[in-house]
Design a protein around this ligand. Structure first.
Ligand code: NCD
Length: 338
């Protein structure tokens, strides 16, 4: 695809070469993310970071990524303080905000809303999550993490086994990651969820049609066997009619040290898009795995900055100009990123 000026709305817009290009640029961002070097490549540019749903990682890492490229960030984080509560349409908001920004990241509770917003925007728009539909930058950082982790286990994305666990019906991260994996070959998916929260049928049939193996099960212990990666998700309470309904499913599937040791093969990479629901009644990923070398959740969040820097650099067409604008960072200390 042509990245320059493009909206990033869905993983379906990518071909495999696009992913390779994004990852190549993400790799080259490491010295900047680690503060060894500094760039002003996006000096003067403004990111409109518009989050109409709760977010910590996605919002802050998009903002940091833009800052690390030398740009400025303007944020709207609260629907209540935005004119959307006065009945303003997405069209009007898009026209206005795109007059103030060079690129926009948007999160919104409705499926398809970010694409609608992008139609009216005069600058590129990145989907930071549209309801239960998609979360393309998360899928990219997840895949980037999987690639790195599996390389150190002498495995590759093609031919890997991955288990996805939890609320696969409402989880936009697993929707986007699965659809991104359509670009790869011969993957075995074990989809572990309550029957009512299964992965949407159209995604499952697309996976099968692309030659992947798909097993759907409610048996977590059996499903955990023989995977390269286990990707856990929380019950997406905000997508249910009531908290009570979400409570029915909370805590059904949990991973902790004892279960990992008993049922997972050694070196199985443990992933979660975060936030993990650490309340006792949920706790899908226990703190007793925090020191486990295969726990990749905080490497995922670190990688998120690299991947989001790569997206900005490609969309705003500075990926090949960064080196020229780079300088050393006076206060850089090696110990900071050990
Ligand atoms: C996810 C999201 O918002 O979809 N979080 C994130 O962006 N890292 C997952 C979740 O909220 O469960």
């Amino acid at each position: 695809m042509e990245f320059r000026g493009a909206h990033i709305l869905s993983v379906k817009q990518f071909v495999r070469e696009d992913i390779d290009r994004i990852f190549e640029v993400a790799d080259s961002m490491e010295p900047f993310a680690h503060r060894e070097r500094m760039t002003k490549a996006l000096d003067g540019a403004i990111l409109g970071n518009m989050f109409f749903e709760p977010s910590t990682r996605t919002r802050v890492s998009f903002g940091c990524a833009f800052n690390l490229l030398g740009g400025h960030v303007r944020e709207t984080t609260d629907v209540k303080s935005s004119s959307i509560t006065k009945g303003e349409s997405l069209y009007d908001t898009a026209r206005v905000i795109s007059g103030y920004s060079d690129v926009i990241v948007m999160r919104h509770p409705q499926s398809g809303s970010v694409a609608e917003f992008a139609k009216a925007s005069r600058v590129p728009v990145i989907n930071g999550g549209d309801g239960p539909n998609e979360h393309p930058s998360q899928a990219l950082l997840d895949l980037y993490t999987i690639r790195k982790e599996l390389t150190s286990n002498a495995r590759s994305i093609d031919g890997m086994h991955i288990a996805m666990v939890g609320d696969l019906k409402h989880g936009r991260t697993v929707h986007s990651l699965s659809q991104l994996l359509l670009l790869y070959k011969n993957i075995t998916f074990t989809l572990i969820s309550p029957t009512e929260l299964r992965m949407p049928e159209d995604i499952v049939s697309d996976l099968k049609a692309s030659g992947h193996q798909v097993v759907e099960t409610e048996d977590m212990e059996a499903g955990l066997k023989d995977n390269d990666t286990v990707y856990l998700t929380r019950i997406q309470e905000e997508r249910f009619e009531s908290k009570l309904e979400a409570d029915i499913y909370r805590g059904r599937f949990r991973l902790n040290q004892a279960i990992y040791t008993r049922h997972c093969q050694p070196n199985t990479v443990i992933m979660h898009p975060l936030p993990r629901d650490s309340r006792e009644e949920a706790n899908e990923l226990d703190n007793d795995l925090n020191q486990h070398p295969s726990l990749a959740i905080f490497r995922q969040t670190d990688n998120g900055v690299l991947v989001r820097m790569a997206l900005f650099a490609l969309i705003l067409d500075v990926a090949d100009k960064i080196d020229r604008s780079a300088s050393e960072v006076a206060w850089y200390t090696e110990s900071r990123f050990e």
